[in-house]
Ligand binder design. Sequence first.
Ligand SMILES: [Zn+2]
Length: 137
Amino acid sequence: MKIRLTQSDYDAIVSHAREKAPNEACGLIGGTIEGDVKTIRKVFFLTNLDASPEHFSLDPREQFAVIKELRQNGWELLGNWHSHPATPSRPSEEDKRLAFDPNMSYLILSLQDLEPVLHSFRIPRDKNATREELEII
Ligand SMILES: [Zn+2]
C-alpha cells in the first residue's frame, strides 16, 4: 500500500503544525483508495483537546463533522495525522496503544529538526508499526 499527498497539503500540514508548536497538532485525512494506492483528497485540521506537546486527542464533534463531509464526497477516512514538535517521526508507545485500526494510515510530522520529516505508518494489532510509502505529488 502506498499513500499520496499533494505538495500543497503537505505544506499546509507543516505550517499548521508550526503554528501550533510547541503543542502537537492533529487531524484526519480523507480520500480514495484505488488498488493499493490511497490518495489523500483532503486534510482536516482538528483541535488537539489535550493542548499538549506530547499528546493529542481529536475532538469527537469535529470528527463527526469530518465523517459527514467524507460521506458527502464519497471519500473514505484514510487515517489521521499529528505532529511531534520535538521528537522523531515514529509512533510513540502511546500512539501505538491508541492505534485502533490496522487499515488506517498514521502520518507523523516531526518538527525536531530544521527540515520537517513526514512519514506514514501502519500499526497492526500486534503494534509492530511499519512505514508505508508516502508519495508527495
Ligand atoms: Zn505521537
